[in-house]
Design a protein around this ligand. Structure first.
Ligand code: DGJ
Length: 701
C-alpha cells in the first residue's frame, strides 16, 4: 500500500507521507497529478541539533523534533503527560475526498484524530479531536491546527479593525519569529481577521502565490504565522481557553473548530474564488433572490411610533423594498439602550395591540417582516435580571464583568436561562408572522463564568445551540448575525445563519474597504449592505446617493434611512438603485468576484463576472483625489478573452459624478471591444469627483 495520501481538488493538492511514525505534509499547493511523489526527502541534520532532521509534521510535537509551537499542549496532575509521543495508529480514507489519521501515545493515554478534507473547489479543511484515554483528568491548554506554506512565501497579510472600521488589511514581510494575533472578545471580534495569508513577494489581487486560512469559530481564538530557523512558515489557528476551562475527564474529548485553508497561484482573487465556490456549494446556502431590505435602525432608532413606522413601510413599498426589519426598541422597557434586554415581550405602551398591527401592514404591502433580537444579552435594568440576578455570566464572588453599552451577558450555560430565552424566541416566532431575525450581540464577552468557573467556550457553544434550536423549530425563518456590526463574522456562525452585518458604519467610503475585505472570504449574497442617510451617522461624511447605492449594490442590498421624507429627486434615484439591484442581483450573487490591481491608490475597480463570461458588472470608484490629472486606462480583469462585450455606464444617470470639460469618449454612448482588449489594454476612465463611483455593465455583444 502506498504511504502517500494525495488529496486533490480544484487545482490544489494536499500530500501526506504516512511511511514514518508520524504523518508528514509533503506538499500543499498546486495539483501535481497523481504520480511521481517521492514522499519525504529528509533534510540534512545540522551540527548542534536534535538527532533527526526537521520535518513538516501534520501534528507538530516536541517528541519528534519540532521546536516551534506544538499542536497539542496539556498535562495531567502535577504536570505529568506534558509531552506525548503521538504516533500514527490508524489511517483511513473518508468518503467525499478526505483522510482521517489517528495518533496515539499509550503511555500517556492520549489520542488525537485528525480529519483532513479537500473539496472539489479546492477548499482544504482540517480539524483534530483529542481524547483522554487515561484514568485521570487531562488539562488541555491548546489544540492547534497548523498548515505549512510553500515555496516563495515572503509576506504576511491579515486584517484588523475596530467598531465601524472592520476588516482592514495589514501587510508585513515574513521574518523569523511568530506573528501572533489573539482575540479574547468571547465573540469573533471587530479586529479578528477573516483570513491569515502568507504569499510570495508583492502578491496582489490577481497575481502571486498565496496560502490563506480562516478559523470557523465565534469565541476566543488566536491565529499565528511562525517561521522557525528550521522550517517553512506555518499558519496556525487555535481556540483560546481560559484558565482551567478545558479539563478532559477520563473518556472525554475535545474537537477543535474547522480550519479552512486555501491555496491560490493567482493572487487573492484565487483565494476568494475558492471560498465563494465552496460556500455556495453548501446545501444551506441561501438560494432564493436576496430581498431588498429596509431596516428601521438609522431611520427611527428607539423612537417606535406606529404611525411613522407605517409611513416608512408605505414609502418602502413604493421604493420596491421586499423585507421590512423592525430593529431595536420594540420590547418591554426598551426606550433607550439602558434597559429592557432580556424582557422579550412586546412593549404594550408602544404597541398596545402587539406587533400584529405593523406586521399585517407590512405583509399587506407585500413585504416580509423581520425582527431584531439580542438573545445573549441582558440589561441589569430588566425584569429578567431583577427576578434572576444570578443569570449574569461572570467571574463569581458576586462580581459582574464591566458593563458595555449598559449590558451584561446572560449565562446560557445555565440550562434554566437557556430554556427561558429559547421559549421566548419560540413564542415570538410562533405567535407572529416573522420570516427573519436580525440576531444581534453587542458586547465583548469578557470574564465569562458559570458557577464560578470560566465558561467562554461553553457560552459560545450554548449560543450556537440556541441558534440551532431556533432554526430547527422555525426552519423557514432566516437569521442574520450582527454583532455591533461585524464583530461576529466567521464560518462558525455562518453554519447557522444566512447573512452577516459587516459593519455599523454605513458611510460608503468606509464601507467600500470593509466590504472589499469581507468579500475576500464571503460571497456578496451573505453580506448585508445598506444605503444609509446622505450624511453618515457614524462619521458625519456626506456622500451622493449614487455612490452610496453603488457600494451597497455589491452585497445583500438594503436601505437604512428615513425614506419617508425624501425629495422627488432622491426618491427617484433610490427607486432606480432598487430596480438595478433587482435586475443584477442574480449576477452579483452567483458571479465571480474580481478586483483589479490598480497602481493609482485613488481608484478601485471591482466587479462580478457571470460564470459563462456572458455578462459583468463593475464599479469604478474614486476613493480620494489623485496625484494624476487623468485616471488613465484601466483593465477589466477576468473577462472571456474571446468574447466581444458592449460596455456602458448604467448608473448614475440622474445625477453626475463627473468632473471634466469633456468626458471620456465611450461615455455615455458605450463601446464594443473584445474581452482581451478590455483586460489587457483597458479603457480610459472618467475623471470622477472624489468619493463617487460609476457602475459599468458589460454584455457579450
Ligand atoms: C447594533 C447593530 O449593529 C445596529 O445595526 C443596531 O441593530 C443596534 N445594535 C441596535 O441596538
Amino acid at each position: 500500500m502506498s504511504h502517500i495520501v494525495n488529496l486533490r481538488g480544484g487545482g490544489v493538492a494536499f500530500v501526506l507521507d504516512l511511511s514514518g511514525p508520524t504523518p508528514v505534509v509533503v506538499h500543499w499547493g498546486a495539483d501535481l497529478g497523481d504520480r511521481g511523489h517521492p514522499g519525504i526527502v529528509s533534510n540534512p541534520v545540522p551540527n548542534s541539533s536534535l538527532a533527526t532532521g526537521a520535518k513538516q509534521e501534520l501534528l507538530p510535537q516536541a517528541s519528534s523534533g519540532w521546536r516551534g509551537r506544538p499542536a497539542l499542549e496539556g498535562h495531567r496532575r502535577n504536570g505529568t503527560a506534558f509531552s506525548p509521543l503521538l504516533v500514527t495508529s490508524q489511517s483511513r480514507t473518508l468518503a467525499g475526498g478526505g483522510h482521517e489519521i489517528t495518533m496515539t501515545d499509550p503511555e500517556v493515554a492520549i489520542e488525537v484524530v485528525i480529519e483532513v478534507r479537500l473539496s472539489d473547489e479546492g477548499m482544504l479543511r482540517l480539524r483534530s479531536t483529542v481524547a483522554n484515554r487515561g484514568d485521570s483528568d487531562y488539562s488541555l491548554l491548546a489544540l492547534t491546527t497548523p498548515v505549512p506554506t510553500g515555496l516563495g512565501a515572503a509576506e504576511v497579510l491579515d486584517l484588523t479593525g475596530r467598531w465601524c472600521r472592520e476588516q482592514h488589511p495589514q501587510r508585513q514581510p515574513l521574518r523569523q519569529g511568530t506573528w501572533l494575533r489573539e482575540f479574547r472578545h468571547g465573540r469573533t471580534g471587530h479586529d479578528s481577521s477573516l483570513f491569515t495569508a502568507v504569499g510570495s513577494t508583492g502578491f496582489g489581487n490577481r497575481a502571486g502565490s498565496v496560502w490563506a486560512t480562516h478559523f470557523g469559530f465565534s469565541g476566543n481564538h488566536s491565529t499565528y504565522v511562525e517561521l522557525t530557523p528550521s522550517g517553512s512558515a506555518m499558519i496556525g489557528n487555535t481556540e483560546l481557553f481560559s484558565p482551567g476551562e478545558m479539563t478532559l475527564t477520563p473518556g472525554e474529548s475535545y474537537t477543535a473548530p474547522w480550519t479552512y485553508a486555501v491555496h491560490s497561484a493567482s493572487g487573492l482573487d484565487g483565494v476568494t474564488q475558492t471560498f465563494h465556490r465552496w460556500l455556495r456549494s453548501r446545501s444551506s446556502h441561501p438560494r432564493s433572490p436576496r430581498p431588498v431590505v429596509l431596516n428601521t435602525w438609522e431611520a427611527v432608532y428607539f423612537n417606535h411610533d406606529l404611525a411613522s413606522l407605517k409611513e416608512l413601510a408605505h414609502s418602502a413599498e413604493k421604493l420596491g423594498v421586499e423585507r421590512f426589519v423592525l430593529d431595536d426598541g420594540w420590547f418591554a422597557h426598551r426606550r433607550d439602550d439602558t434597559a429592557g434586554l432580556g424582557d422579550w415581550y412586546v412593549d404594550t405602551d408602544v404597541w398596545p395591540a402587539g406587533l400584529t398591527t405593523i406586521i399585517s401592514d407590512v405583509r399587506a404591502r407585500g413585504m416580509q417582516f423581520g425582527l431584531w433580537v439580542e438573545p445573549e444579552m441582558v440589561n441589569e435594568d430588566s425584569d429578567l435580571i431583577r427576578a434572576h440576578p444570578d443569570w449574569i455570566s461572570g467571574p463569581g464572588h458576586g462580581r459582574t464583568p464591566l458593563p458595555w453599552r449598559n449590558q451584561q451577558v446572560i449565562d446560557l450555560v445555565n440550562p434554566e436561562a437557556w430554556d427561558h430565552i429559547f421559549s421566548r424566541l419560540d413564542a415570538l416566532l410562533s405567535e407572529n408572522d416573522i420570516s427573519y431575525l436580525k440576531w444581534d450581540q453587542n458586547r465583548d464577552l469578557v470574564e465569562m463564568g458559570h458557577a464560578g468557573s470560566s465558561s467562554a467556550h461553553d457560552q459560545t457553544l450554548a449560543a450556537y445551540r440556541l441558534i440551532d434550536a431556533v432554526r430547527r423549530a422555525h426552519p423557514s425563518v432566516e437569521i442574520e448575525s450582527c454583532s455591533s456590526g461585524g464583530a461576529r463574522v466567521d464560518l462558525g456562525i455562518l453554519e447557522r445563519t444566512d447573512r452577516v452585518w459587516a459593519s455599523d458604519c454605513n458611510d460608503a467610503l468606509e464601507r467600500h474597504t470593509i466590504q472589499r475585505w469581507t468579500e475576500a472570504v464571503l460571497p456578496p449574497e451573505l453580506v448585508g449592505t445598506h444605503i444609509g442617510p446622505s450624511t453618515a451617522h457614524t462619521t458625519a461624511r456626506t456622500h451622493s446617493l449614487s455612490f452610496r447605492a453603488i457600494v451597497a449594490l455589491f452585497g445583500h442590498f438594503g436601505i437604512e434611512w428615513d425614506v419617508g421624507n425624501l425629495d422627488d429627486e432622491d426618491f427617484a434615484e433610490l427607486a432606480q438603485a432598487v430596480a438595478l439591484y433587482k435586475a443584477h442581483r442574480g449576477l452579483i450573487h452567483s458571479g465571480t468576484a474580481v478586483h483589479a490591481d490598480l497602481t493609482d491608490p485613488a481608484h478601485t475597480l471591482n466587479g462580478s463576472i457571470a460564470a459563462d463570461g456572458s455578462e459583468a458588472l463593475f464599479a469604478f470608484v474614486s476613493v480620494a483625489t489623485s496625484v494624476a490629472e487623468l485616471p488613465g486606462r484601466v483593465g477589466f480583469p477576468g473577462l472571456d478573452p474571446e468574447a466581444d462585450y458592449a460596455v456602458t455606464v448604467i448608473f448614475p444617470t440622474q445625477s453626475s459624478p463627473y468632473r471634466s470639460i469633456e468626458n471620456v469618449g465611450w461615455i455615455p454612448g458605450g463601446i464594443i471591444a473584445s474581452g482581451v482588449f478590455l483586460t489587457e489594454v483597458g479603457l480610459p476612465m472618467p475623471i470622477l469627483n472624489p468619493e463617487s463611483a460609476v457602475l459599468i455593465h458589460l454584455v457579450r455583444a
